[in-house]
Design a protein around this ligand. Structure first.
Ligand SMILES: [Zn+2]
Length: 401
């Protein structure tokens, strides 16, 4: 209680300071249009009412998109109709009378600025927090931190940075918040029109974020990788894009052979001047480039545990970058925490082999890329789960799940 009072006093003091100095235009704007305190007087307004309260009401209804006639301070049938529409939109009794309840509803949907209080501010703070602009308490009190968050949001959208949430800022907020409803899924064909044609699944959340590409089936006799990738393509994501190419070398997968017309994982550029050695590699490499992939996970299988043979089985091989290093350690730690036998644990290696998709993407396209390998000893379902857990860790740490 005392804390609240102090907080409230601090805000009032701040507003007074700003108003006195006139330094902050936001407060000027806010004071010219009382934020969340609609000035409709104490009397009910209805058909036949006249005066400045009606003028304010008409202006506010117009700014909310309910009224498009003249602002004449005269409550006629058109103002009545606008009030009814507004009441309907708020689930209120549609009597066309602006009494205390309708006044409060109007105040809640009108401009919010420094000093505003109430549930509309609570919602605003939640919205700003979910968009990553606000991290202070959700207290329904529009203080300096909320003001700063609104200004940051406005700046990010190229709007006037007045810290006032009016119709333009509100529309921009709504647009940003409904970004997720613009999520799309589509399937494109890699190497279309050739014998290598294979589907690639683009899951676009509609929200800005990392672009992650997951590849399986570069080698056709490594089923855990392409089986897991086939599942990851159906995952839902919160932000960014998830691009999945489950059967990179479809011909080899169909034949259950490691290669088909050469080893696909040696056909990517080995120097910045080199191009790909095959049509299929070229098409995959072009996709990595065109979709501006940030992270690439290539799912493979080795033939034995690393520590009891010269195979790289049960390992993660990454191309070094600070983010890739952190991520690689996190993934391996996560997997190893569930493996008690030490020789079965995953090992970290650096530098995917030259000519591989991961190596070329990292070295020449700046992608954080790694090859993930499971050992073919355990059952397929165990191996598939390792791949899924690794992909889950990657996407979770990027905030996409
Ligand atoms: Zn492989």
């Amino acid at each position: 209680m005392i804390k609240n009072l102090v907080k409230r006093f601090a805000i009032i003091a701040l507003i007074t300071l700003f108003s006195l100095s006139g330094l902050i235009p936001a407060v000027q704007a806010a004071s010219s249009k009382p934020a969340a305190t609609a000035a409709y007087g104490t009397r009910d307004l209805s058909l036949g009412s006249q005066g400045s309260a009606v003028t304010q009401l008409q202006k506010d209804l117009a700014s909310l998109g309910f009224y498009s006639n003249s602002i004449d301070g005269s409550f006629g049938p058109k103002t009545h109709a606008a009030v009814v529409s507004f009441q309907k939109s708020q689930g209120l009794k549609t009597d066309g009378v602006v009494g205390p309840i309708t006044k409060r509803a109007l105040s809640e949907v009108l401009d919010l600025a420094l000093g505003s209080q109430g549930s509309a501010v609570t919602q605003l703070q939640k919205d700003l927090a979910s968009l990553g602009f606000y991290s202070s308490s959700i207290d329904g009190s529009f203080g300096p931190k909320t003001h700063a968050a609104v200004v940051s949001f406005q700046k990010s959208r190229g709007l006037k940075t007045d810290g006032v949430v009016g119709p333009v800022t509100r529309a921009a907020l709504n647009k940003a918040l409904t970004g997720s409803s613009k999520a799309t899924r589509k399937t494109v064909t890699i190497a279309a029109g050739t014998i290598y044609a294979t589907p690639m699944y683009i899951n676009d959340s509609g929200v800005p974020g990392p672009v992650v590409m997951i590849v399986g089936g570069v080698h056709g006799n490594e089923p855990a990788g392409y089986t897991a990738a086939g599942k990851v393509k159906d995952w839902n994501i919160k932000k960014g894009k998830l691009i999945v190419l489950p059967q990179a070398n479809k011909k080899a997968v169909e034949r259950k052979t490691r290669t088909y017309n050469g080893d696909l994982n040696r056909q990517f550029p080995q120097s910045s001047k080199e191009s790909c050695d095959s049509t299929l590699a070229k098409a995959i490499y072009a996709a990595v480039k065109n979709y501006e992939v940030d992270w690439l996970m290539d799912m493979h299988e080795g033939y034995n545990y690393t520590k009891i043979s010269d195979s790289v089985g049960q390992s993660l091989i990454y191309y070094p970058s600070t983010p890739a290093n952190t991520m690689a350690n996190a993934i391996v730690d996560k997997l190893n925490s569930g493996i008690s036998t030490s020789y079965k644990k995953f090992t970290l290696y650096r530098y995917p082999v030259k000519g591989s998709l991961a190596r070329a993407s990292a070295q020449f396209l700046g992608v954080h890329a790694f090859i993930f390998e499971t050992c073919d000893n355990p059952s397929l379902s165990v191996r598939v789960n390792y791949h899924l857990k690794a992909a889950d860790t990657l996407l979770s740490r990027l905030g996409m799940l």
